[in-house]
Write a new protein. Sequence first.
Length: 224
Amino acid sequence: MSAGDCRIVVLISGGGTNLQALIDATARGDIPGRIVGVISNRPEAGGLQRAARAGIPTAVVDHTAYPDRERFDAALAEAIDAWRPDLVCLAGFMRILTPGFVARYAGRLLNIHPSRLPRFRGLDTHTRALAAGETEHGASIHFVTEELDGGPVILQSRLPVQAHHDPASLAADVLRTEHVIYPLAVRWFCQGRLTLREGRVLFDGRPLTEALQLDELDPAELPA
Ligand code: GRF
């Protein structure tokens, strides 16, 4: 990866607001790289239009057309590799990936998850956070490993859970923070500041003992 030309492929399944945040951040120059392709496993995903509007090539690899996960993941990998990415971002990509796929992109595969991992892996995170009486909730960016939502966490957002929150309003408030933390983590990756070594995140060459917190970052870390 040469400086300023990190090639990013984004995988989506839905509306693609996180994809939009990444598109906007690259357009502003906050990320030293560009999105070279967007792939959806659902032909109707709204995010495909967001990519097309931004002039980004798209592809659909429809999981319903494949008999099993292995063959779907092989087709997905073929589509991804055609764009020769330095980084693959899962952004609301709602498929469980095979170990072979994860290994192929080890150290260059990021995911956003709408909870403060390790709290609430899996689905329905906002409903579960409310049911558990959490006082704080948020989102996490992590490197993807074989364990579902279990890879090492890089950066998290945090917000107070308030009396007025229901699952929908909590999801909306968390989503706004997702649009800040994903571009920031991708910026760091493309700047060469983030690496995965032996299952641990190195940030500026030093192992992270715990996830970075958006609300504790030095303001100098945030794009102008
Ligand atoms: C986000 O909440 C993301 O964390 C989750 O799915 C949602 C996708 O939203 N995995 P969008 O498609 O980026 O708008």
